[in-house]
Design a protein around this ligand. Structure first.
Ligand code: GLC
Length: 523
């Protein structure tokens, strides 16, 4: 089924064709491979009506900014009706819009206005569990996983206690891998899958460009509800409560469904495995599962050359040829890279952004990354998250102006010194750096599609080439380093005064400095 006109053609179609010209036609359909994605946490992005909660109309109002920044796709965290125990990840109506965020007409307008600016919109699909308040829970209890007693040792991700809760009405226990208000769906029930296919089509038919799939590694649970193994010294391994082989069948079905559309819809998975081989399996042996999967292994490594380099090498080695990783350093769960990775240091934040934008794969920025926004300060009496430790510091409002630009926001605005207004006016800002990196990527075929090859680098530094003519390097150590064998000119440096500098035989990088070099010769 096609939905002509529902998703607008990419902006600047002519120049886009130019840099994907030697890619087979079927591949150029995959716009997301050349894209920069941007994650919007809707409640915290932009508030159109001044009620303190960001909303869909607010995002539409800020499309000019997002287009100026140069992003190609937005992933919105769940926008559906929800009791908000887990802020939208407890869905009570998969085809509705939460009244706090607006209406379905607002979503249609966002999709259409974004499309007119060449920006696609991805929603968040939550197939592992619903809200306990979803009508299914009472009307179709067979959609959920039940047991007469606590059948195994499975643990809830939130709280760590048993993943089973007693329901008075049924007189039985139901499974909740997350909060008790988030009962897990029973995918062994053949009536569940058609519901989700209907949900996918509902949004694809409205022009939604794809989904980020929440806990894409869970979905199916072991049919026999066997105990998860406990490995001495390592703890519990979720072999039966998650990571079941049948989940791959669901992803295959959805991929076929997404491919029916023109343009193809994209499936981006939160396939949260740190086992690289297992993770790579979510792309399918025949390129028939996820289009993109977040490579969370990098987010678990420190922002140090010796920590990141081997992880990226491992990912590159494990990926089947058709697979395409998605690199991120921040999100609504893991927090902000400017704090977690860079400890507030803006130079190191720029190094992190350079890494994300210069690896082979699709970068996904989290709102505020482009400002080097740090974790917010959320006092105990303002915490609204159900998880411990609270994820709220990574979800605070986007600072648009020096005073933030919000009225009584739902989460506190703490420091607003890094804000859009000030940085947009300053060509030397991290915002401009991010924008220029994105622009460079778009016009540099090797940064889009060139292979990744690690280069020898002094202690503390990490260098790699992309294709035949690009070298990227970051010095995350404390001493300045010299990278031998590089000839060319600096296309962009974290230290903007070095842009366009000639590199004759070696590239010197100060501590916490990085550069992308258009190379005439590489080591
Ligand atoms: C995913 C989401 C997270 C949520 C959890 C349960 O990990 O990213 O925010 O709490 O799933 O839905």
């Amino acid at each position: 089924m096609t939905q002509e006109g529902a998703v607008s053609p990419p902006r600047a179609a002519a120049s886009r064709t130019a840099y994907v010209a030697n890619v087979p036609a079927s591949m150029s359909e995959r716009w997301w491979r050349d894209a920069v994605l941007y994650q919007v946490y809707p409640r915290s992005f932009a508030d159109s009506d001044g009620d303190g909660v960001g909303d869909l109309a607010g995002i539409t109002q800020r499309l000019e900014y997002l287009q100026w920044l140069g992003v190609d796709g937005l992933w919105l965290n769940p926008i559906h009706p929800s009791p908000n125990v887990d802020w939208g990840y407890d869905v009570s109506d998969y085809t509705g819009v939460h009244p706090d965020l607006g209406t379905i007409a607002d979503l249609d307008e966002l999709v259409s206005e974004a499309g007119a600016r060449g920006i696609r919109v991805l929603l968040d699909l939550v197939p592992n569990h619903s809200s306990r308040k979803h009508p299914w829970f009472r009307q179709r209890p067979d959609f959920y996983v039940w047991s007469d007693d606590v059948p195994n040792n499975w643990e809830s991700i939130f709280g760590g206690g048993p993943a089973w809760a007693f329901d008075e009405e049924q007189g039985r226990y139901y499974l909740h891998n997350f909060a008790p208000e988030q009962p897990d769906l029973d995918w062994w029930n053949p009536d569940v899958a058609p519901e989700f296919e209907r949900i996918l089509r509902f949004w694809f038919d409205r022009g939604v460009a794809g989904f980020r799939i929440d806990v894409a590694h869970a979905i199916y649970k072991d049919r026999e509800l066997r105990d998860d193994p406990v490995i001495p010294g390592l703890g519990m391994r979720r072999r039966y409560s998650m990571f079941r082989p049948e989940t791959h069948d669901v992803l295959r079905t959805w991929r076929a469904l997404a491919n029916e559309y023109d343009p193809q819809r994209v499936l981006l998975g939160e396939a949260y495995s740190l086992d690289v081989e297992q993770w790579a399996g979510y792309f399918g042996e025949k390129d028939d599962q996820l289009d993109l999967a977040f490579a969370f292994m990098v987010t678990h490594a420190e922002l140090e050359a010796d920590a990141l380099r081997p992880v990226v090498a491992e990912v590159e080695a494990a990926l089947p040829p058709h697979a395409w990783p998605c690199w991120t350093g921040s999100n609504h769960d893991i927090g902000r890279l400017a704090s977690r990775w860079a400890r507030g240091d803006e130079d190191r934040t720029r190094c992190a952004l350079l890494i994300l934008l210069a690896l082979r794969g699709t970068p996904c920025l989290y709102y505020g990354d482009e400002l080097a926004l740090e974790a917010g300060d959320v006092p105990d009496d303002r915490i609204v998250d159900c998880a411990t430790p609270s994820r709220d510091p990574g979800r605070t409002p986007m600072p648009w102006t020096p005073d933030g630009g919000w009225r009584n926001p739902w989460l506190p605005l703490s420091v607003t010194s890094r804000n859009v207004e000030r940085q947009r006016a300053d060509p030397g800002s991290t915002l401009h750096f991010t924008r220029d990196l994105i622009a460079l990527r778009k016009v540099t075929p090797s940064l889009l599609a060139g292979g990744y090859e690690e280069l020898p680098a002094p202690v503390g530094a990490w260098a790699w080439r992309r294709g035949d003519d690009v070298v990227a390097a970051v010095n995350l150590g404390t001493e300045s380093v010299e990278l031998a064998g590089v000839e060319g000119s600096i296309a962009i440096s974290t230290n903007r005064s070095r842009d366009a500098e000639r590199v004759t035989g070696s590239l010197t990088l100060n501590s916490s400095e990085g550069a992308i070099v258009r190379a005439a010769s590489v080591p």
